[in-house]
Design a protein. Structure first.
Length: 409
């Protein structure tokens, strides 16, 4: 059964939690939950408006979820005037309100009869950037919340627009209608870095830097969203008919490095399992994602299909633990289960993944260390981490795909 055409399709997170695949829900409306985040003066508002207009013009229902802090600031709240105890209470109340407002919009979106974009001006992990680690963990514990579910399972895609204070300093400043922000460039840079770290590890996380003009930065932001959704719908939403594709580039690492001097790292453990499929035009895989520091896990099912016109789409559904265990009984016996430790870090505005395969493993994975990232940059345009001993690029080598690495008949 030839499924080679499936192996080069980039992974994509797309659809909301759904029952285990029974072959009947491939044509249900898409609900895509997108977060726009970033430091002050990054272009977030411009991108937010651009995306809203674009998707509405193409027949999508768009729920534009506003930034919650701005609501308070525009109503007279001044953080600097609050004593510490009242600030703590205010911050936690705002966190609660953030979750409830999003929940309301998410439930509305689930009931829409057509494709729906939930466009969030900041997500819940942004709020952790304004709290120290101990306080944040205490808050999660007091509300019975799970960090991994909030970061990795709540939103389909996170886009971080880098503040102008990092790379476009001459343009940093407050706009004429910005009455609630007063960060200096140095403060904006620090906040931007904390926000980047807050989302580190999310499976679909893109960072938009200031290496181009502002208009080009907004265009890149829109393209990244559209190229992800193109893999889901098989259609290009951009009027000009062209998307600069984001692809997954892979590199072999000679040896496992000492990462103590590298950027901050977030570790997750992944379990990949291919299921039996009756068609050579489809591929069915389930995945369990867990954090080394957290007791929870996120289970997903990824379906790759090719229609009669040769268009390949890839969609991902969240599964309950019970559905995951049920589906695992349908494992393709020609494929072993793959286990790996994934170390996520940011370098030059790209989230990189360093995968180390764990026992029990296929003989193909012995002493195999793979580095990957999603990018639109080609060749040497992509700056690779200098602290890694990179052997060669294997992006086009299908023998390093999950499908081939797990294939052991």
């Amino acid at each position: 059964m030839d499924r080679s055409f499936l192996q080069s399709v980039p992974a994509i997170t797309a659809l909301p939690p759904s029952p285990a695949y029974n072959g009947e829900h491939l044509n249900v409306p898409i609900v895509y939950k997108l977060v726009l985040t970033g430091g002050p003066c990054a272009g977030k508002t411009t991108a937010w408006k651009k995306l809203r207009t674009l998707f509405e013009d193409h027949g999508w229902k768009v729920y534009a979820v506003p930034e919650k802090a701005t609501i308070f600031f525009q109503c007279g709240v001044k953080i600097g005037e609050l004593p510490k105890d009242r600030f703590v209470q205010f911050q936690e109340n705002m966190n609660d309100m953030h979750l409830q407002i999003e929940k309301t919009f998410f439930e509305l979106a689930e009931g829409e009869p057509k494709n729906c974009l939930v466009l969030c001006d900041r997500g819940i992990m942004d709020l952790s950037a304004f709290m120290n680690d101990d306080w944040w963990r205490e808050y999660l514990s007091s509300r019975g919340l799970d960090l991994m579910q909030l970061r990795d399972g709540r939103y389909d895609q996170v886009l971080h627009l880098v503040t102008a204070a990092n790379g476009a300093e001459q343009y940093y400043g407050l706009s004429e209608d910005d009455t609630v922000r007063n960060e200096t460039a140095e403060q904006a840079y620090g906040l931007d870095q904390r926000l980047i770290e807050a989302w580190l590890g999310h499976p679909c996380y893109d960072i938009i830097d200031n290496s181009t003009s502002f208009d080009e930065k907004i265009r890149r932001t829109v393209e990244i969203v559209c190229t992800r959704l193109k893999k889901v719908t098989g259609k290009n939403i951009l009027d000009n008919g062209h998307i600069k594709e984001t692809v997954k580039r892979k590199f072999l690492i000679n040896s496992l490095p000492d990462l103590k001097d590298s950027p901050r790292i977030e570790e997750v453990v992944l379990e990949h399992m291919f299921l039996s499929s009756a068609s050579d035009k489809s591929l069915n895989r389930i995945e369990r994602r867990s954090g080394r520091e957290y007791g929870s896990c996120i289970c997903t099912q990824t379906l790759t299909n090719r229609n009669a016109d040769g268009v390949t789409t890839k969609t991902r559904y969240q599964l309950s633990t019970e559905d995951y265990e049920l589906l695992s009984q349908q494992r393709d016996k020609d494929h072993v289960v793959l286990y790996k430790l994934r170390r996520c870090f940011v370098w030059k505005c790209h989230q990189f993944y360093l995968d180390v395969f764990l026992e029990p493993m296929s003989y193909k994975c012995k002493n195999l260390f793979l580095l990957s990232t999603y990018t639109s940059k080609l060749g040497t345009e992509l700056e690779l981490p200098p602290f890694l001993d990179i052997s060669q690029e294997v992006t086009e080598d299908k023998s390093y795909s999950l499908y081939e690495l797990s294939f052991c008949p």
